[in-house]
Write a new protein. Structure first.
Length: 477
């Protein structure tokens, strides 16, 4: 057993924060080289899927009765989106879903995770249901089923009717009623055909980036609004789960969380503590209340402010009776102490550290996925983990109808190797979904970062399977 293996076995490495005390970069464990594992190593029931989201792919922003979403509105504010882009057309999934589902099938995936656009279903946010909106997802679901692909629905992947955002969105407690109504409608509508449901996509991303950093819709920069959005999103997550449970017999219910592996920049006490505070926000804030542990306020005292938002019964209502947790991992975060109030920690950017990065500047660090899976497996209440998103953006070039994205293939091999290592050590990780089947609209970064297994020419909207898509086709066959 080498030093690293020993650290992992003894659980020392599992704390993450202590690891770099013992290991320098050269010691990092090596992943199994290409071809050293095969699909069968993951077991016969392992779930292989791809993941996408409504606003990022559909386009058709004002067709067939859909109302304006918070992102439609936000993307029109000058300066909010790179190059002034928006997702009015996106990948035109609204019209091209049959082709895209055929492509998913051609790459030998068995699951398609997609989200439902709330403003397509309830254009006024609540009240009248738009039957054409309902029809669209029936067609998507039916196409999946006829292609032998299991549809997995994300209920909320960040697009809400602008009419509700204008009333405060996630920072208004009424969101609990608004959201519950929406969940009632779609679970009753699709529950007989769809058994796998994820209530939310990355609460931290839409609350933190939307209400605190202001880089996502609705572009607010308010600690107070952020706190409210955290608490109400926590309540909605659990309540959404209860509604799915009630309306969909035999449902498999989860939610998906943003994750990053946090380590301190060095072993100074103050930086270790800063990393712990950052970890509390980035990895613990939304899972711990689901488990009845409350918010991680011992590590991050500012979270005590959340208590002032509690109403009678909230503590119990925050508990989420889920079947699985979706892990969404892209990069590692290195933290150091900072005097900025609140988290009192800041990130040491990958660019300052000279490490491999994706085209958005996130560090490519496969073993971080292994550590996150181990970390989550240590929560007593989590029975089942699925990697519901993992992927990378590369400056792809289309050449004679081909995209030679070797970097992306290596990324997948190394991250799959990390998943397998966790699985072999007893972590109950039961699936892996790639973000994303096709290139699409990457929020405030617009169309520049390409995450797809399939290249989309955004001028013609034609699709081309990249080498990474062909790699999966072979690997999954
Ligand atoms: C997210 C979302 C996706 C992103 C993906 C790549 O996690 O931000 O779920 O919508 O596009 O993660 O950044």
């Amino acid at each position: 057993m080498d030093r690293r293996e020993w650290l992992i076995k003894t659980g020392i490495a599992g704390t993450g924060l202590l690891l770099s005390r013992y290991l320098d970069a050269a010691d990092r464990f090596r992943y199994m080289p290409a071809g050293d594992f095969v699909k069968a190593d993951f077991g016969p029931d392992f779930k292989w899927g791809v993941a996408a989201a409504s606003y990022q792919t559909e386009g058709a922003w004002n067709l067939d009765g859909k109302s304006e979403s918070n992102w439609d509105y936000f993307s029109r504010i000058p300066g909010k989106i790179k190059n002034g882009e928006n997702a009015d057309v996106a990948a035109d999934f609204y019209h091209r879903y049959p082709e895209d589902i055929e492509l998913i099938k051609a790459m030998n995936f068995k699951i398609f995770r997609f989200s439902v656009s709330w403003p397509r279903i309830l254009p006024a946010g609540t009240g009248a249901v738009n039957s054409k909106g309902l029809d669209f997802y029936h067609k998507v679901i039916d196409k999946c089923l006829s292609a032998g692909i299991e549809p997995w629905i994300t209920i909320y992947h960040w697009d809400m009717p602008q009419v509700l955002e204008a009333q405060g969105g996630w920072a208004n407690r009424k969101i609990i009623d608004w959201f519950s109504e929406y969940v009632e409608v779609i679970t009753k509508e699709y529950g007989s055909k769809v058994k796998n449901w994820m209530v939310m996509n990355e609460q931290l991303s839409f609350t933190g980036n939307g209400y605190m950093n202001g880089v996502f819709a609705p572009g607010r920069k308010s600690l107070g609004a952020f706190m409210k959005s955290v608490h109400y999103a926590t309540l909605c997550n659990a309540e959404g789960g209860r509604i799915v449970r009630k309306n969909v017999p035999g449902a498999n219910i989860g939610t998906t969380l943003a994750n990053t592996y946090v380590e301190p920049v060095d072993q100074k006490e103050k930086n270790i503590k800063a990393a712990a505070r950052m970890d509390a926000i980035m990895n613990r804030l939304f899972i711990e209340p689901c488990l009845g542990m409350g918010y991680p306020e011992d590590t991050l005292p500012i979270l005590k402010k959340l208590k002032s938002l509690y109403e009678d019964g909230d503590e119990a209502k925050m508990i989420f009776d889920f079947d699985f947790i979706g892990i969404q991992y892209y990069y590692r975060t290195i933290a150091k102490n900072s005097i900025i109030p609140g988290m009192r920690a800041k990130e040491v950017m990958a660019s300052e550290r000279g490490v491999p990065v994706n085209s958005m500047g996130g560090e490519i660090y496969p073993e971080g996925l292994y550590h996150i899976l181990k970390k989550f497996s240590r929560y007593k209440g989590i029975r089942n983990l699925i990697v519901t998103e993992n992927g990378t953006c590369v400056p792809d070039k289309l050449e004679n109808g081909r995209v030679h994205d070797k970097e992306r293939i290596d990324y997948f091999k190394n991250h799959l190797s990390a998943v397998l290592k966790a699985r072999r050590e007893g972590v109950n990780v039961t699936g892996y979904f790639v973000w994303s089947p096709t290139d699409n609209f990457e929020w405030d970064s617009g169309y520049t970062p390409r995450f797809g297994l399939v290249y989309v020419d955004f001028k013609t909207l034609e699709r081309y399977i990249k080498d990474s898509g062909l790699w999966f086709k072979e690997f999954l066959k």
